[in-house]
Every structure is written in structure tokens, then in C-alpha cells.
Design a protein around this ligand. Structure first.
Ligand code: PMT
Length: 357
């Protein structure tokens, strides 16, 4: 969604990588009704996307893990939330040396996952490889390397006394979660991995009906280079100019809501940098996709303030300066319980929608 790159209009078909460092596409269908230079095929439908791309190799194995996880927790009467976290990439070459990335450290997703676990949800944590994860996030940040918390002496290595109390608490939660099998972690790198994995997961989770929640905090690429247009090898540098032409990633929230998992409680995020755009864009997303909640946030203030928007309600969650800077309260500790309350209402009202059982 938030590429800092100039994108040309997508022009259909075959890549020709010529010596002057430009990636050109020649139209596959000559005599198409619109001239190739100005043609925009418009957004690809999700259906066409999935039909024309090969699934990632790891998909069947991941599907098996999701199936076993969902079956177990369904059987034990637990609710399940699928949390997506981190940014997706768009490779520029099949043998990828370069790619475009989407901004997200994974803090929102990893932090929220912990609060969902605390509230008794089983969590499928679908995250960008090497982005932050529940529990380990407290010690894996670049400024917070775990080595900073350790000391060595004649007896061996231990955690420095000042950090023991907090680490013990986190370690206990981490172990308990592992032991109870409440957290399933799956990773993705490219937007392609993400789309296939999300669809697969949703189709399996759909058997949970209203008891499933989706918490879509990942930052998903809006533009990509289709497999049949991508350069196989590293694009060579030469005259210092590279033109990229990309297609639009299909909007997957629509099939998710309407086809893959129609009864679930779905929460999406909207990230903007312009405050003035946020309310309209959030409402637009809610209307366009027909899901339950959009959480709007601004890049620079996302850890202190969010807006929760549903069809009939708009609530701001805002930390005071004291809560933020002195008490170090995490805003996710307010977001998650508020959502769980809404999820409970959603489950209780399923009869009205004819969606129970
Ligand atoms: O990870 P952090 O550093 O803590 O940052 C958290 C965050 C700012 C990334 C997070 O709070 C957030 O806002 N995530 C959404 C970011 C975003 O830009 O979303 P989007 O505009 O790509 O997509 C909006 C919604 O549409 C998302 O729910 C997404 O799943 C969905 N979408 C996106 C692309 C696409 N092709 N189809 C979709 O349905």
C-alpha cells in the first residue's frame, strides 16, 4: 500500500529485459481494443489471480497445521483469531535480489496476539518472516537485543537482576502458551505467499463460523509484478534508470468476507499518513467490503491513538501522555478487549442473521 516509488500504469504481458535497463512489456494480445501504452486492465479479480499463479510450495504443509489447530480448538470450545502481521514484499526478479517492501515492524500484530492469548483465544499468528513475534518481541528489537539483558561471571550466564522480574513473567506466559498449544505461527514473505496462505487459512477456519475472528494488521502490497512478466535474473544496472510497470493486487477483503469465511468477525486496519483522509477512507473500506470493523491509524501516532469504526459506532481509543510515556501502557491492551466485547455481541446476535451453528 505504501510504496515510495513512481508506478506506471500496468501494461499487459511478456517481459523483455533489454540491455538499457528498462523492463518492457509487450502486449500479448495484439490489436487489443485499447492501445497498450494507455491500457489499464484494472484490478485483477482474486479468482483470476489464484488461477494464474502457482501456489507456494509450503502451502499444503501449512494447511495441515491449520486444520489440526482449528479442529482441536473447535473441539475444546475455544474461539480462534487469525492475526496477520508485518509487511509483504513484491520481488522484482524471480531469482530475487531486489524487492519492494511494505512498512510494518509487526508490533501491532505481535502485541495484540499476546492480549488475545491472555483472553483465552487460540491464535494463528501469520507474520512476515523475521518480523516481531509474541513474547520474543520484548527482547528482539534492534535496540533491545537479548544480550543487553544478560551478564556472565564464574558461575555462568544469567539475566541481570534488574530484568529478572519482567522476564520471568513473560517467560511464564510464553511457556504456558507453548504447553497448551494455543499459538500457531506461520510466516510469509511475498504478497503472493500472503494471499495464498490467507485464502487457505480462511477456507479452513470457516468451519468455526461466528467463533472465528480475523485481525488483519499486516501491511499488504497494492502493486505487484505477475509471474509471467517478471525478469528471471537480476536486473542489470547500466544507465541508472529503471522503469517499473506493475499490476494491482486483487482486493482480497471482498472474497474473504463474501466467499471464504462469510460468518466470521472481521477486523481490518487502515493506515494513513494524512489525518484528514482517515475517517473517510476507513468508512469507505467498511462499506466496500461489508465486514465488521475498521481500525484507523496514523503512521506517526499509531501507538497512542486509533479509531474503531463499525457500521453504527465510532470509538476513539487514546492513551494519555502519562499512560503512554510513564506507565508504558500498550494501546493493544485496550484495543483487544474492546474487540472481544464486539465479537461476543456478534456471536450472540448470530440468530438474527440466521448464522448460528
Ligand atoms: O507493525 P507496526 O509497525 O506496529 O505497524 C502497524 C500498522 C500501522 C502496519 C497496522 O496498525 C496497520 O495499520 N496495518 C494495515 C496497514 C495497511 O496499510 O493496510 P492496507 O491499506 O494495505 O490494507 C487495508 C486493509 O485491506 C487491510 O486489512 C488489508 O488486509 C486489506 N487488503 C489489503 C490489500 C489487498 N490487496 N487486499 C486487502 O484486502
Amino acid at each position: 500500500s505504501h510504496h515510495h516509488i513512481n508506478l506506471d500504469q500496468p501494461i499487459p504481458r511478456k517481459p523483455i529485459l533489454n540491455g538499457d535497463n528498462h523492463l518492457h512489456y509487450t502486449p500479448a494480445i495484439s490489436g487489443a481494443s485499447t492501445p497498450a501504452s494507455t491500457a489499464s486492465p484494472g484490478p485483477l479479480s482474486a479468482e483470476v489471480y489464484f488461477a494464474s499463479h502457482v501456489a507456494p510450495k509450503s502451502l499444503p504443509e501449512n494447511a495441515e497445521k491449520i486444520r489440526a489447530f482449528v479442529d482441536r480448538h473447535m473441539h475444546e470450545g475455544r474461539r480462534v483469531v487469525l492475526v496477520t502481521s508485518g509487511g509483504t514484499t513484491v520481488p522484482l526478479e524471480t531469482q530475487t535480489v531486489r524487492f519492494i517492501d511494505n512498512f510494518s515492524a509487526g508490533t501491532r500484530g505481535a502485541t495484540s496476539a499476546e492480549y488475545f492469548l491472555e483472553q483465552g483465544y487460540a491464535v494463528i499468528f501469520m507474520h512476515r518472516q523475521f518480523s516481531l513475534q509474541p513474547y520474543s518481541r520484548h527482547y528482539s528489537h534492534a535496540r533491545n537485543c537479548f544480550l543487553e539483558f544478560m551478564e556472565a561471571d564464574d558461575q555462568g550466564i544469567h539475566v541481570m537482576p534488574a530484568y529478572v522480574e519482567k522476564m520471568k513473567l513473560i517467560l511464564e506466559k510464553y511457556r504456558a502458551t507453548q504447553k497448551a498449544g494455543l499459538l500457531l505461527t506461520l510466516d510469509f514473505v511475498t504478497v503472493h505467499d500472503y494471499l495464498f496462505l490467507l485464502r487457505e487459512a480462511a477456507q479452513i477456519i470457516s468451519k468455526m463460523d461466528v467463533n472465528a475472528m480475523y485481525y488483519l494488521a499486516a501491511a499488504v502490497s497494492d502493486f505487484f509484478i505477475p509471474q509471467d512478466k517478471m525478469s528471471e535474473h537480476k536486473i542489470q544496472s547500466g544507465d541508472g534508470l529503471l522503469n517499473l510497470s506493475m499490476d494491482q493486487v486483487p482486493k482480497i477483503l471482498k472474497p474473504l468476507v463474501n466467499d471464504w469465511t462469510p460468518k466470521a468477525f472481521i477486523v481490518s486496519f487502515k493506515l494513513e499518513t494524512d489525518e484528514a483522509l482517515l475517517p473517510t477512507k476507513s468508512r469507505q473500506a467498511l462499506k466496500r467490503y461489508g465486514h465488521q470493523i475498521v481500525i484507523g491509524n496514523i503512521l506517526t501516532t499509531r501507538k497512542r491513538v486509533v479509531k474503531m469504526i463499525s457500521a453504527d459506532d465510532e470509538t476513539e481509543i487514546r492513551l494519555t501522555q502519562e499512560e503512554d510515556e510513564v506507565e508504558h501502557i500498550e494501546i493493544e491492551s485496550r484495543i483487544v478487549p474492546a474487540l472481544i466485547e464486539k465479537h461476543t455481541e456478534w456471536i450472540e446476535a448470530c440468530g438474527k442473521r440466521g448464522e448460528c451453528g
